[in-house]
Design a binder for this molecule. Structure first.
Ligand SMILES: NC(=O)c1ccc[n+]([C@@H]2O[C@H](COP(=O)([O-])OP(=O)(O)OC[C@H]3O[C@@H](n4cnc5c(N)ncnc54)[C@H](O)[C@@H]3O)[C@@H](O)[C@H]2O)c1
Length: 441
């Protein structure tokens, strides 16, 4: 593949269905950073560096100086929500950021009002907002979203748009007939097929409007053949699913290390308490199921029990999420890991992570938006597996197992950037530093 990456000229609109805790923390954060009040900690696009060439060359530019990314000054935010609150009000309700910081960017946040959502309580029964579109059928709703997208682009003088799903986790839906082809999907939109969730309607509208889409929740959304086909047909980049933050982030940092040292694992029990609206939505069992499937998949893929039965064949893995309002967005997670070493001797690891959900998620939304826009400008369409780094449940081509190990995911991401820019890929072989050794081979 030979990429010709277009420059990031003009303004980039970041559209988010769901202006809740994560989205408002991102928007307020970017506005605060633009005013010099804060730093974009946790964002690879803003603070990360990338090694180029051989170690002896000592080239480590900032990623944002290596690849052409939209600058924070050129970003415009917009979105939809089932509640009519502007972003200042929604951020105040979410209680993630201090009132002082929110007041410093109040005018910018108040100016962003959500557009009416495509929503149905059948997909998230714990939400009761009424700021919702009405249409004859799901196709009519998709067309209304396309109008919103077009009007937003014009009104804000944007050159390009990206969409990142920051809406609630929807009920568990299995892939079925209606998801198999564009024709079946479009027929399903017209006859209100219940297997087409609101997030899929946004994805359809985005792709039809030429807007790439990243999915931050564990819903199927773009991870169905019909949408992948539509994305390819229209030359649009898509990726998903479920932002990798908190407990799963820790899992995909620690598990590759245990696996690398051939240490065995007998059990991994993960429990969480959180009290934000996300936690409230996940309190409904049919919504929790969607999250559970996403969270459970990571360990099997890293440990591969079928090829390592002595070490991981009996591993018991359990994940619980408990809604606990007093903690708000400050999620607390506990992991008890029963491992064993030499001769089967047992040991335990305990992790107690007192994290802040939206503080971990906001920089991921920024990076996903900027990298998705980059992919689109590089002419990369369909599934963007190189963005697996950001997801709990990375979307891959059919028949391809996802890579969950965060270090391999980072290598894949960095090599993709090097590849796009015509730099040598880095394999970490390093034999060429030892010329006498190479000569003997
Ligand atoms: N914060 C994290 O660490 C994290 C990690 C992984 C995934 N996520 C996912 O990100 C999403 C956002 O999380 P959050 O903490 O901001 O939740 P939140 O409840 O604060 O915000 C979600 C918002 O989406 C809105 N919404 C729901 N359905 C909608 C629709 N059809 N159209 C438009 N708006 C809709 C809700 O009204 C709400 O305001 C959730 O799905 C969550 O599971 C978050």
């Amino acid at each position: 593949m030979d990429y010709q990456v277009k420059n990031a000229d003009g303004r980039l609109g970041i559209l988010m269905p769901g202006l809740g805790a994560v989205a408002t923390t991102l928007i307020a954060g970017v506005e605060a950073i633009k005013k010099g009040l804060s730093q974009p900690v946790g964002s690879l696009t803003q603070m990360g560096r990338i090694r180029l060439g051989k170690r002896t060359e000592d080239r480590h530019p900032l990623i944002k100086e290596f690849v052409p990314l939209a600058g924070l000054e050129d970003i415009v935010f917009g979105g939809w929500d089932v509640y009519a609150d502007n972003v200042f009000e929604a951020a105040s309700t979410a209680k993630v950021l201090e009132p002082m910081l929110l007041h410093a960017v109040k005018a910018e946040l108040e100016a962003i009002r959500p557009m009416k959502a495509v929503f149905d309580r059948a997909y998230a029964r714990n939400l009761d907002g009424t700021h919702v579109k009405e249409g004859a059928d799901k196709m009519a709703l998709a067309e209304m979203l396309m109008d919103d997208i077009r009007e937003f682009k014009e009104a804000n003088n944007c050159d390009r748009l990206v969409m990142v799903w920051c809406g609630s986790t929807e009920i568990y839906i299995e892939e079925s007939e209606v998801h198999q082809s564009i024709e079946a999907f479009e027929a399903g939109l017209r006859n209100n097929d219940p297997a087409i969730a609101p997030s899929m309607i946004y994805a359809y509208a985005a792709i039809k409007s030429g807007v790439p889409f990243a999915n931050g929740a564990p819903n199927l959304t773009v991870d169905i053949p019909a949408i992948v086909e539509l994305a390819k047909e229209n030359g649009i980049a898509v990726s998903g699913k479920d932002f990798k933050t908190g407990q799963t982030l820790m899992k995909t940092i620690l598990a590759p290390g245990l696996h690398a040292r051939a240490l065995g694992v007998k059990g991994w029990f993960s429990s969480n308490i959180l009290g934000n609206r996300d936690g409230y939505v996940l309190d409904a069992p049919e919504n929790f199921k969607t999250k559970e499937v996403s969270k459970l998949s990571v360990l099997d893929e890293i440990f591969k029990p079928e090829s390592n039965p002595e070490l991981y064949g009996d591993m018991y893995h359990k994940v619980r999420i408990n809604y606990y309002p007093p903690h708000g967005d400050n999620k607390e997670s506990w992991d008890n890991i029963d491992i064993f070493g030499w001769l089967g001797y047992q040991m335990q690891i305990k992790i107690n992570f007192l994290c802040r959900d939206s503080i971990l998620a906001a920089p991921l939304v920024l990076d996903l938006a900027l990298f998705t826009d980059l992919a689109q400008r590089a002419g990369m369409s369909g599934i963007q597996e190189w963005l697996s780094f950001y997801y709990k449940s990375p979307q891959t081509a059919e028949g391809l197992a996802p890579e969950h190990d965060i270090f391999k995911q980072l290598m894949k991401l960095q090599n993709t950037l090097r590849h796009m820019m015509g730099e040598d890929l880095i394999t970490h072989l390093g034999l060429d530093y030892y010329q006498d050794l190479v000569d003997t081979l």
